[in-house]
Write a protein that binds this ligand. Structure first.
Ligand code: BTN
Length: 278
């Protein structure tokens, strides 16, 4: 596997203002999946894992949520971050939410596009998915061994060139890229990665020190799901109702059914009711 060590990317590293995320970073040209490599690294090595980042130019077997494929051509950002955060295991669910929030923050900062969050952790622009997050967790009893956050962002990719059947594997609705939204303009990927890692680190500190409250508040402000009628597909259940709120401790989605009951949704695919499944 051709690997470029972080030492060859001094500009990127010297500009990175983090204390732990990305201090150990591996940059590859191609990999099956940054998530798979990060998981095997975390299982093999027990020390110095916190903040390790694996980035690949493209992935041949990118993994999406719910066992789906994640199509990862050159031009996108495909990375995984290994963390050993000092949080309760009940707060693990906040990590993908804060990662999606960070992606949204950086998109807004670098492009001024109106990126929003589709619960749980998709970033959308005008309802089209531009980024997805995958979380793998290793716990022992109630102790977090490590988590791996996988982040995919369609940055400098022409979505029209991606085969439409494969594009469907991204989820239940249309996909887009920053390049498509910016009418062909490309953005500097390493600036995006640097800002993203800095942003995630500051949210992780906030979660460790103050809990999830402020992060969830920020997330709710740019939610594309709250207030909408939704259908939630869980493994063996379909729930229908209005997405009324999110739990301030763990970020679970609260759905009010037509009978007035509030259901707490832990995970699943959320589809807006007026949107056709693809
Ligand atoms: C989703 O289905 O929305 C989650 C997609 C996550 C994709 C990223 S790309 C980097 C990392 N490596 C993978 O194989 N998947 C995640």
């Amino acid at each position: 596997m051709p690997r470029t060590d972080s030492g060859n990317n001094e500009n990127f590293l010297s500009a990175l203002r983090t204390s732990f995320i990305g201090r150990r970073i591996y940059l590859y040209q191609t990999l099956e999946s940054t998530q798979t490599i990060a998981l095997s690294l975390a299982e093999r090595e027990k020390d110095n894992l916190h903040g390790t980042v694996i980035v690949s130019e493209y992935q041949t077997k990118g993994r999406g949520r719910m066992g789906r494929r994640w199509i990862s051509p050159r031009g996108g950002i495909w990375l995984s971050i290994i963390l050993q955060p000092k949080i309760k295991s009940s707060q693990i669910t906040v990590l993908p939410l804060l990662s999606a929030l960070s992606v949204c923050d950086v998109i807004k900062k670098m492009t001024k596009l109106n990126a929003k969050l589709k619960w749980p952790n998709d970033v959308v622009i005008d309802g089209r998915k531009v980024s997805g997050i995958l979380l793998d967790v290793s716990t022992e009893a109630d102790k977090i061994d490590f988590v791996v956050i996988g982040i995919g962002v369609n940055v400098n990719i022409d979505i029209k060139k991606i085969d439409s059947d494969i594009a469907k594997s991204a989820g239940f609705y249309d996909i887009t890229s920053l390049q498509n939204e910016l009418h062909g303009k490309e953005i500097e990927k390493f600036d995006f990665i640097r800002l993203l890692l800095e942003n995630i680190e500051s949210y992780v500190f906030q979660l460790e020190n103050e809990g999830a409250g402020e992060i969830i508040k920020k997330y709710k402000k740019i939610s594309d799901t709250l207030g909408k009628e939704v259908i939630v597909k869980q493994s063996n259940e379909i729930l229908q109702g209005v997405a009324v709120d999110m739990d301030e401790n763990d970020g679970f989605l609260l759905i009010e059914t037509p009978y007035g009951c509030i259901h707490k949704v832990v995970s699943g695919d959320v589809i807006s009711k007026n949107r056709k499944e693809k």
